[in-house]
Design a binder for this molecule. Structure first.
Ligand code: NAP
Length: 258
């Protein structure tokens, strides 16, 4: 059995996924860095991981595509011999931020295919392979981490499809955690608040003003490294008797007060 654990991180080329890949690389993991279009960005992440002494591979694939999902899981296992961790990080924002009364079927389909169907079926494929690898003595256990959002419970009328897909990802975490507990596979949700990435670049001024006005008890932007630190803690096996847990990494946004 290879002694080095291996991870597949979807959307590992930029933003939060990139920070997660770099953190795993620093921990000495083998990392499959999935990307959709930005091969340059994915290769920069691979180079940074390899410069730190770990192994990495850029894996192109659209998580919304069934054959790409199968190929990516296979390629990751072919390359590293095991799959200890799947991080379902890749997602798209609301394409048009239209009012819920004007939301189109096309926008619905695109967001649900990428943000929910992709993570669901990748988890299913990964879990089946993890169970076999654990049974064959190639790994002691496995983990799946879903990157959700404060939008899973904080409603926005101009991003209904994004909010609803993230809300479903929360339940998906519970269902897989329940099913996989006896298989030695833990499933977690990490829920970011407002994080400084390309996804929020277009609304940076608006969100910056909201943060300054007290949107979050901790009054600063979240950084991709804040999310990576939570993933690092989970992966370090500091929560051996937990599963299905939601980790809020949001500057305290989730606290209700009056
Ligand atoms: P980002 O900066 O927009 O990066 C998106 C990443 O996902 C890129 O690596 C992109 O690959 C990849 N990607 C997009 N569609 C894909 C697809 N169909 N197949 C494979 N890869 C795909 O996003 P982010 O801000 O880091 O967000 C990461 C996660 O955190 C998402 O789940 C997001 O919903 C969640 N989140 C973000 C925030 C925030 O404030 N930023 C807040 C809450 C939750 P390419 O480089 O090839 O385009």
């Amino acid at each position: 059995m290879s002694e080095t654990p291996a991870a597949l991180v979807t959307g590992g080329s930029r933003g939060i996924g990139r920070a997660i890949c770099l953190a795993l690389g620093r921990m000495g993991w083998n990392v499959a860095v999935n990307y959709a279009r930005r091969v340059d960005a994915a290769e920069e992440v691979v180079a940074a991981i390899e410069a730190a002494g770990a192994s990495a591979a850029a894996l192109q694939g659209d998580i919304a595509d069934a054959s790409d999902r199968e190929r990516m899981i296979q390629q990751a296992i072919d390359r590293f011999g095991r799959l200890d961790l799947l991080v379902n990080n890749a997602a798209m924002g609301s394409p048009n931020r239209t009012d819920v009364l004007e939301l189109s079927g096309d926008d619905w389909d695109a967001v649900f295919a990428t943000n929910l169907k992709g993570p669901f079926f990748l988890s299913q494929l990964a879990a089946r392979r993890m169970i076999k690898l654990i049974g064959a003595g190639k790994m002691r256990g496995g983990k799946i981490i879903n990157i959700s959002s404060i939008s899973a419970y904080a409603a926005s009328t101009n991003r209904a499809e994004y909010c609803m897909a993230k809300a479903a990802l929360h339940m998906m975490t519970q269902v897989f955690a329940l099913r996989l507990a006896e298989e030695r596979i833990q499933v977690f949700e990490v829920s970011p608040g407002v994080i400084r990435t390309d996804m929020t670049a277009g609304v940076a001024e608006k969100y910056g003003a909201m943060i300054d006005a007290g949107l979050t008890p901790i009054r600063r932007w979240g950084e991709p490294e804040d999310i990576a630190a939570a993933v690092e803690a989970i992966v370090s096996d500091r929560f051996p008797f937990s599963t299905g847990q939601r980790f809020d990494v949001d500057g305290g946004f989730h606290i209700r007060s009056f």
